[in-house]
Design a protein around this ligand. Structure first.
Ligand code: HEM
Length: 533
């Protein structure tokens, strides 16, 4: 047995069972020598209730399914490790796994599509999830990111609306796993904050050739916190060593038919063949004092920090070198959560992130059947766990001792620890009136999609126009098409003209270049109409 096995791999040994060795038993361990015939009254008679073996077998089968994830249902996962290059980040974060040279932290990564169901095809036009669980020696840290650096909406309260618009339409559950339909484009046309991410979605970035050739981003601005409690804003970037590569749309459609497992198979096969994919972790750091130094808001997840303004600095590498043993137990039951933090990393007030911090635990309580899923093998930290929480459905641990409350005098205490051992929330200053309104610094929806569009090569631009043509071409409501083109005109007149030409629509009159645009005429009309209802 290799000596260098990581602590997570060793921990999993305690849960591994080789199902194909030994003899067949019931769940109670009673040996079974006949698994083909039910117990019946006579060889041609009815089946007997007392056939506990058949009943147990069928009952368990009846209960095999759990709900798929409400988003990111289809995925593929692998284990590996992360190691920092050096201790350079020690100046800004107390997180040991990022600052201890040579320290290898085990990880589990799950890549996913977003919109399709568990059985949908891999090569669809979609965002890809890139979620990493670091089993650090200070507890689990989850970086739950995507392969785009921006997101469709600014505030998590819109997430249910957005996902309802993206998912198959409710009456007929069509279309599966693609963005070519009325509800998605209706939402886009009415929510201009989506435009930046929609540009990414219409680009070849939405068609990754391989999970091994895909970037990852934390998207939000997070906060590093150093040993003295000083904060620094941070954006996370994963860069694949193999380069970032895409399929083209025609290939995607053919592959979706011939091998719907294309990306999943590629990851599995590469790891089995010893071709371990690797990513470099990079960070963009912004001093707290520069919070307002940009012409966008750092708390706005629809914006990137341009690398010309803040370069990405490489800090470590991640290698995926082991496939899971069991898809369901590991890849399906893994539970990522943006609020799984370790000392040295904290949130910002990004309203999208704040909603995520509620949503993941909430959905996992139902998806994974109650409050004990953090004890599932894939989710367990490699550190010791001592809480006063007890009981609940399917509690696997036998907690010993009488005191399941704080404070107690019976032995289990909460002694004072050195600062770096405990998580301390960043002492951010909070002040303000209670309002349902967002700062004006969130209203520029056009300049970054324009920046993206104007940085494209001719071929990339051609693909984007063709993608808009294809996707909007499937939209049946012509008002929706026109509203989207009107929005694109506020991004760039040539883009809108080329898309309009693809759709056989009139070329829109050129809008003045504005970043914080008044609603388009079509949008104002709709708003007026809706107000009068
Ligand atoms: C799942 C990323 C926004 C709710 C996921 C997953 C990823 C992800 C990668 C799949 C995790 C896995 O592999 O198991 C992101 C990113 C976002 C974002 C990068 C924006 C920056 C949101 C928001 C909400 C949300 C705003 C809700 C308010 C969920 C839920 C799941 C999920 C409910 C399913 C989790 C589960 O069943 O375990 N997200 N997401 N996400 N996300 Fe997000």
């Amino acid at each position: 047995e290799p000596e260098n096995r990581d602590p997570k791999d060793k921990q999993l040994d305690g849960f591994r069972v080789d199902r194909n060795s030994g003899y067949l038993t019931t769940q109670q361990g009673v040996r079974v020598d006949h698994d083909d015939d039910s117990l019946t009254a006579g060889t041609r008679g009815p089946t007997l209730l007392e056939d506990f073996h058949a009943r147990e077998k069928i009952t368990h089968f009846d209960h095999e399914r759990i709900p798929e994830r409400v988003v990111h249902a289809r995925g593929a996962g692998a284990y590996g490790f992360f190691e920092p290059y050096d201790d350079s980040l020690a100046q800004v974060t107390a997180a040991r796994f990022l600052t201890t040279p040579g320290l290898r932290t085990p990880v589990f990564v799950r890549f996913s599509t977003v919109a399709g169901s568990r059985g949908s095809a891999d090569t669809v036009r979609d965002v890809r999830g890139f979620a990493t669980k670091f089993y650090t020696d200070q507890g689990n840290y989850d970086l739950v990111g995507n392969n785009f650096p921006v997101f469709f909406i600014q505030d998590g309260i819109k997430f249910p609306d957005f996902v309802h618009a993206v998912k198959p339409e409710p009456d007929n559950e069509i279309p599966q796993a693609q963005s070519a339909h009325d509800t998605f484009w209706d939402f886009v046309s009415l929510q201009p904050e989506t435009l930046h991410t929609v540009m990414w979605l219409m680009s070849d970035r939405a068609l990754p050739r391989s999970y091994r050739m895909m970037q990852g981003f934390g998207v939000h601005t997070f906060r590093f916190v150093d040993a003295h409690g000083i904060g620094t804003f941070v954006k996370f970037h994963w860069t694949p060593k193999l380069g970032t590569h895409s399929l083209v749309w025609d290939e995607c459609q053919k592959i979706a038919g011939k091998d719907p497992d294309f990306n999943r198979r590629d990851l599995w096969d590469a790891i089995e063949a010893g071709q371990y994919p690797e990513w470099e972790l990079g960070v963009q750091l912004v001093a707290e004092s520069d919070e307002f130094a940009f012409d966008f808001d750092l708390l706005d997840a629809t914006k990137i920090i341009p690398e010309e303004q803040v370069p990405v600095q490489p800090v470590g590498r991640m290698v995926l070198d082991r496939n899971p043993d069991n898809f369901f137990a590991e890849t399906e039951q893994v539970a990522f959560h943006t609020a799984n933090l370790v000392p040295g990393i904290d949130f910002t007030n990004d309203p999208l992130l704040q909603a995520r911090n509620f949503s993941y635990l909430d959905t996992q309580l139902i998806r994974l059947g109650g409050p004990n899923f953090s004890q599932l093998p894939v989710n367990r930290p490699v550190t010791e766990v001592h809480t006063h929480q007890h009981d609940g459905y399917s509690q696997p641990t036998i907690q010993r001792g009488k005191a399941s409350y704080h404070k107690n005098s019976l032995g289990s205490g909460c002694p004072a620890l050195a600062d770096e051992e405990v998580f301390t929330h960043y002492a951010k200053h909070v002040d303000g009136h209670v309002v349902r309104a967002r700062s004006d610094s969130f209203t520029d929806h056009y300049s970054q999609p324009r920046l993206f569009w104007r940085s494209m090569s001719d071929v990339e631009a051609e693909h984007i126009v063709a993608a808009f043509g294809f996707e909007l071409g499937k939209v049946t409501d012509v008002d929706i098409r026109e509203r989207v083109v009107a929005q694109l005109d506020l991004v760039d007149h040539r883009l809108a003209s080329r898309v309009a030409a693809q759709l056989g629509l009139d070329i829109p009159p050129e809008s003045p270049v504005v970043d914080i645009a008044p609603p388009s005429p079509a949008l104002s009309q709709l708003n007026t109409a809706m107000d009068s209802i």
